[in-house]
Design a protein around this ligand. Structure first.
Ligand code: IVH
Length: 668
């Protein structure tokens, strides 16, 4: 392969990882692997200036912009730091600084590199006025309402403090390990997708549309950078100490040093000690302490010359691969899992590691008995990164192959176009799929039958009491208690909870059915548009495609689901059992077509209803809510403090802006 071809290949690969990381929030490689690829690309690009491309992954610092918040243009761009991975590179940084300062004395402030998402907070007269995510570095999302729920961020600064009238402070929003583990426990119980690591959990939380959810999730924040026209002192460290007095959470792990040796001592200390911290860190940050000297050193296009990050090595261990087993999930997707000799890794004993899918497994070229290298980076689930070459002998065990039949029911596996996973197609006969569907049906956001956990469902299934979710409504107290007095109370509770679920509104029932691609939001949209399960079952592909936000994959999946005779029978049984299969009178009465065909952008802060309520109102009246203003926008529903970027765009495109009261009059 020529270097030019490699450049193209790397760009494509990095674009994909960028998407996995920033959009899907599910990275498939570690940060270190990503950084290594990015480095290789940037080195090759330096050798081939003729291949320059403004859209190369090296040209951007990543973006986490989303549609649901106002965008805010940063007063000063939020740069990132260049990374180093070994002490030699740290020494190079140190020497560059010394040369840049022409022999002047200097101090370095050493601090932890927190692994969350960066936030910019604005304070006016001692009050928090705005919180903005990093976004693409130039502009970010205004997440003030969500940030107000983070208890370690002061809304009012300490009285009598010497804080400037106006300043910005930047830091990192984090989800502590304990909150993260608790959150994933809950999500597991609710059959919701788990967060891969605390950073993704924090990012998903901060961009959640409901501030209540954010508040519940217990985020934390450490601040590490003060900016403004007037600052207390010329020292970064001293300014952070002042910020701590004003009420900000500033890490205790900050210290000033002068020599390279002292920097190494700091690195070695925290490489071990960080395992005892309540939050995730992925390295340390070194900053020239004097602000005057920082200005002398200046910036490159992407990062300051006065600071650098040193990234910790992800811990790796070698162990022996004993067996590969295959797990079948609720959707039928088959995941290979490596079972290994137990090994101590980052404070826990590891026996199992995910092998993701057939391609990943084949790439590793695993043989039973191989010594494998296991790594636990930012991800919670350990993974095998390679076969330990040092131990390969001529008499290697048999090569591990992906299976062709379902380990649970024996059906031949299939692969759908464009998907990495193999699936068991035996939806109605494969136990983990059957149980998985029932677990989804009873989950909190679906039918909310909270007394039925995975173990109970397992037990009922094993006793032959349930084969599908309609069977739940035929259960009796006697069946559940097995005529035993001790179990009668819990049996009664369960029957009552099942009974109560008959009042769950239609849109949640639709979600509970477990139609592929029909998540909560899609279920709501479909329920509002078709109003009853019968109308939905009769809908043609074209009719489905005409609904806003319904694409081909969803439409085809709905058609396929209703075409299946087993599903039609399930619906009939749910109907006779009294489950809600159409919108209630009240929901119908609240609907209208007054906003049909209108595309509406919501911006600002409101008095009468929350943003979410306005979104729901728009949908109820047949309108469509979108995040960004375009020529197609019918009007903007604006509250107080509409973002300046949005205002400018609206004026440029001539999009009308209407206030809350006018909007409410419009739909009355
Ligand atoms: S200072 C111009 N200090 O690392 C310098 N950043 O790539 C601005 N980070 O986006 C950043 N801990 O999200 C700084 N103690 C620390 C940090 C830190 C974590 C993050 C931050 C930034 C990224 C740099």
């Amino acid at each position: 392969m020529t270097e030019q071809d490699r450049i193209l290949q790397l760009r494509e690969e990095l674009h994909r990882h960028n998407y996995n990381y920033y959009i899907l929030n599910t990275p498939t490689i570690s940060d270190q692997e990503f950084d290594a690829l990015l480095r290789e690309l940037s080195d090759l690009e330096a050798l081939h200036p003729e291949m320059a491309d403004p859209n190369s992954p090296t040209q951007r610092v990543g973006s986490d912009l989303s549609q649901d918040f106002d965008t805010f243009v940063h007063v000063r761009p939020m740069l990132s730091l260049s990374n180093t991975y070994n002490k030699a590179e740290v020494a190079e940084f140190y020497n560059r600084v010394r040369e840049g300062l022409a022999g002047e004395d200097f101090e370095i402030c050493c601090e932890l590199k927190f692994d969350g998402l960066s936030i910019s907070l604005h304070y006016e007269d001692g009050q928090l006025v705005r919180a903005v995510t990093r976004g693409d570095g130039v502009q970010g999302d205004d997440v003030t309402a969500n940030v107000r729920t983070i208890r370690s961020i002061p809304l009012l600064l300490q009285q009598g403090g010497d804080w400037p009238a106006s300043f910005e402070i930047r830091g990192e929003v984090l989800m502590p390990w304990t909150s993260f583990e608790e959150l994933n426990r809950q999500r597991e119980a609710n059959e919701e997708q788990l967060f891969a690591n605390p950073r993704n959990a924090a990012s998903g939380t901060l961009k959640n549309k409901s501030t209540a959810v954010v508040a519940e999730r217990r985020l934390d924040a450490y601040l590490y950078y003060l900016l403004g026209d007037v600052l207390p002192t010329d020292g970064h460290y001293e300014n952070m100490m002042a910020a701590r007095r004003w009420g900000f959470k500033v890490s205790e792990a900050m210290c000033k040093v002068r020599t390279l040796d002292d920097i190494y001592v700091f690195i070695d200390h925290w490489d071990l000690e960080r395992k005892n911290l309540p939050v995730a860190t992925d390295g340390i940050v070194l900053k020239v302490n004097s602000l005057r000297q920082q200005r002398t050193l200046g910036m490159t296009a992407k990062s300051p010359r006065w600071a650098i990050a040193y990234k910790f090595q992800a811990e790796q261990q070698s162990t022996v691969l004993r067996e590969v087993t295959f797990q079948v999930g609720r959707t039928g997707a088959v995941t290979p899992v490596a079972n290994m000799d137990p090994v101590q890794l980052s404070g826990t004993i590891v026996r199992r590691a995910t092998l993701h899918n057939a391609d990943f497994m084949a790439q590793l070229d695993l043989h039973l008995g191989d010594h494998v290298l296991v790594e636990k980076g930012g991800e919670i689930i350990p993974k095998i990164v390679a076969v330990d070459e040092a131990f390969i002998t001529p008499q290697r065990g048999p090569r591990v192959e992906f299976i062709s039949r379902c380990p649970e029911c024996g059906a031949e596996l299939v692969r759908y176009e464009g998907e990495a996973a193999w699936y068991c197609p035996n939806e109605t006969g494969c136990p983990p799929q059957i149980k998985g569907r029932i677990e989804h049906f009873v989950s909190r956001r679906a039918m909310n039958i909270d007394t039925l956990g995975p173990e109970t469902i397992d037990d009922f299934y094993a006793r032959g009491l349930i084969h599908d979710y309609a069977d739940l409504y035929d259960l009796t107290v006697d069946q559940l208690s097995g005529f035993g007095d001790s179990r009668i109370v819990s049996a009664r509770k369960t029957i009552m909870a099942i009974e109560k679920s008959k009042h769950v509104p239609f849109e949640r029932v639709l979600f509970a059915l477990g139609i592929r691609f029909v998540g909560e939001t899609v279920a709501k949209t479909l329920a509002r548009r078709f109003r009853s399960i019968d109308a939905l079952a009769r809908a043609s592909l074209d009719e489905l495609l005409q609904v806003n936000t319904i694409g081909e994959a969803i439409a085809e999946s709905v058609i396929r689901w209703f075409a299946d005779a087993d599903n039609a029978f399930l619906v009939e049984r749910l109907r006779s059992q009294g489950v809600q299969l159409q919108l209630s009178e009240q929901a119908l009465a609240e609907q209208s077509d007054r906003l049909a065909g209108k595309t509406i952008v919501i911006s600002g802060v409101f008095q009468h209803h929350s943003r979410d309520e306005y979104k729901a109102l728009i949908e109820q009246h047949g309108g469509k809510n979108t995040g960004s203003i375009s020529a197609k926008t019918s009007f903007i529903l604006a509250g107080d403090n509409m973002g300046p970027a949005k205002l400018e765009k609206a004026q440029k495109l001539g999009v009308p802006i209407i206030n809350e009261d006018d909007f409410l009059a419009l739909i009355q």
